[in-house]
Design a protein around this ligand. Structure first.
Ligand code: ADP
Ligand code: MG
Length: 565
């Protein structure tokens, strides 16, 4: 007889369980999507491990998922013959949250936000979503390669703890048995399961099998037979042709990939042939995930090789400034046993990254340049969510410098948002040679800077840069369409042709007249200021501080100080 051991859930799991059971009622059938997607992941993992260990297939080479209903016991079982879990794995994977980002997010979430279904959608609710419809979940599993006697049964009521015991399990893989809550009997109905599979899991690349029903005239009801039938298309979505895929199916696939509850802004789906052969299905999300700001966050692109899942978050496939892109790349050229090291050196991978970058820029250009207001709004939404990350591209991707520059959007003294460099150049004054900008900690600080006075007076537009990355971005940015960028907070701003002769004369006369005073100021400020000058850049303010041309701007030196440099 085996003994049962009781374990406590990690504190964050308890939080998730609480969230899941209290706030996800409105969309309860997503539990099936999550559990089917786990079953499919488990089959992907088996296929991958079996590449060099064929014995793992045992006598069951056909990977599949079965949905089994027991009306008497009121249970729904999701069965897969994938990789399975050992007892230790069940304890670790079903009792704790491995993803550090999710853990941070959970502890950062305050009470007020806990009910927000959109926030919940940002992390994988995954396995625990079963508790939306079940008051008890039993998992029976055996890891591929272990003996039948090394199976495990995991049971929990989704409160504080779970129990684990050893069992015999002949078949490899996992059964997730949901003991349905009162009132959830719909999920015992084949029609309900079939329609839920069709809605959320049609794209899964494995067959999802259900018992076939036939009409029994005598009983005048449908009765379940011993035969199985496939409830989904059972071919990976990206391998199908565009014309066979509806917008809704594209959107649903995105949601499973990203755990986002909102539809994406746009996608691109292509079969690329030629030097390197691959399929790409890439999405731009509508909302930024909570950990986007982390430069270590990996791009959310999954790599497959000839339909075999290889890895999540393949960094090598997408430059870092496009790390918000989600999707799948399926290569026909890479070897199945491709490693991270190999990815870094591979010419095929480089070709894929370059091709995918161009496609993403193309998607963004299509929105930004569209005549359609809905597309324009989407681009503005994109910029709000991801603009600050996208700007990193100016320092990162020199090959596409020009295309990236055209996609940049700014606030300026002319409009509070969405000013493109092309707009700016179109509004430049006769004789204006530079694109003027100012950087500051915040938009308000930029707007109120005394340095702007002369530009306001002259009606010359100035870009207001207040993102952390702006300072760095402009250092990688010399000119746009032949117009150089010029900080108005540096040196003796050269207004060039914008200043008329009389103004120049007046400035020179003033410099002469104030000479004795300037000498005094220089003497008393000598520890703190390099120079004191008469300026024409101010209209209302008596004085302002500027840095020498070529020196760090005041804003950058503040940033560096904050960073402890
Ligand atoms: P995620 O799928 O995002 O990792 P889940 O909460 O859905 O998060 O699942 C947690 C973990 O439990 C999985 O990463 C996997 O290790 C394990 N797991 C869940 N379901 C299965 C299954 N059917 N077969 C094997 N392992 C599973
Ligand atoms: Mg999952």
């Amino acid at each position: 007889m085996s003994t049962k051991h009781t374990h406590a859930f990690q504190a964050e799991v308890k939080q998730i369980l609480h969230l899941v059971t209290h706030s996800l009622y409105s969309n309860k059938e997503i539990f099936l999507r999550e559990l089917v997607s786990n079953a499919s992941d488990a089959c992907d993992k088996l296929r991958f491990e079996a590449l060099d260990q064929n014995a793992l297939f045992e006598d069951q080479p056909n990977l599949e998922i079965r949905l089994i209903v027991d009306k008497e016991a009121r249970t729904l079982t999701i069965r897969d013959n994938g990789i399975g879990m050992s007892a230790d794995e069940a304890i670790a994977h079903l009792g704790t949250i491995a993803k550090s980002g999710t853990r941070d997010f959970m502890s950062a979430l305050d009470e007020a936000k806990k009910g927000d279904a959109n926030l919940i959608g940002q992390f994988g609710v995954g396995f625990y979503s079963g508790f939306i419809v079940a008051d008890r979940i039993t998992v029976e599993s055996r890891r591929a390669g272990l003996d039948a006697a090394q199976g495990v049964r995991w049971t929990s009521e989704g409160t504080g703890e779970f129990e684990v015991e050893a069992i015999d399990k002949a078949g490899r893989g996992t059964d997730v048995i949901l003991h349905l809550r009162e009132g959830e009997d719909d999920f015992l109905q084949p029609w309900k399961l079939r329609s839920t599979v069709a809605k959320y899991s049609d794209h899964i690349g494995l067959p999802i099998l259900l018992r076939k029903e036939t009409w029994d005239a005598e009983k005048s009801a449908y009765v379940v037979t011993d035969e199985w039938e496939t409830a989904n298309k059972a071919s990976a979505l990206w391998t199908r042709s565009k014309s066979d895929i509806t917008q809704e199916q594209y959107d649903e696939f995105y949601k499973t990939l990203s755990h986002d509850s909102q539809a994406p802004l746009t996608h691109t789906h292509n079969r690329v042939e030629g030097r390197s052969e691959y399929i790409q299905l890439l999405y731009i999300p509508a909302k930024a995930p909570f950990d986007l700001w982390n430069r270590d966050k990996k791009p959310g692109v999954k790599l497959y090789v000839k339909r075999v899942f290889i890895m999540d978050d393949a960094q090598e496939l997408m430059p870092s400034y496009l790390r918000f892109v989600r999707g799948v790349i399926d290569s026909a050229d890479l070897p199945l046993n491709v490693s991270r090291e190999l990815l870094q050196e591979s010419r095929d991978v480089r070709a894929i990254r370059e091709g995918s970058t161009k496609k993403v820029l193309g998607m963004l250009e299509a929105l930004a340049n569209s005549e359609d207001q809905a597309d324009k709004d989407k681009y503005a939404g994109f910029w709000k969510e991801f603009g600050a990350v996208f700007k990193e591209g100016m320092g990162e991707d020199f090959q596409n410098h020009e295309r990236i520059a055209k996609l940049l959007r700014f606030a300026s003294t002319h409009a509070s948002e969405n000013v493109s460099l092309a707009d700016y150049v179109g509004r430049m004054k006769e004789g204006q040679e530079h694109i003027y900008f100012i950087t500051a900690d915040s938009l308000a600080a930029a707007q109120n800077s005394p340095q702007l006075e002369i530009f306001r007076k002259k009606g010359t537009e100035v870009l207001l840069l207040a993102d952390r990355v702006d300072e760095w971005m402009v250092s990688h940015f010399q000119d746009f369409e032949g117009k150089t960028l010029q900080s108005i907070a540096k040196g003796a701003v050269d207004l060039g042709q914008l200043q008329d002769e009389a103004e120049k004369k007046a400035a020179e006369a003033a410099a002469e007249a104030f000479k004795p005073m300037l000498e005094k100021l220089k003497e008393s400020l000598k520890e703190r200021a390099k120079d004191v000058r008469v300026t024409t850049r101010l209209v209302d303010s008596p004085a302002c501080i500027v840095v020498e041309e070529g020196d760090m701007s005041a804003h950058l030196s503040r940033l560096l100080k904050q960073a402890g440099q």
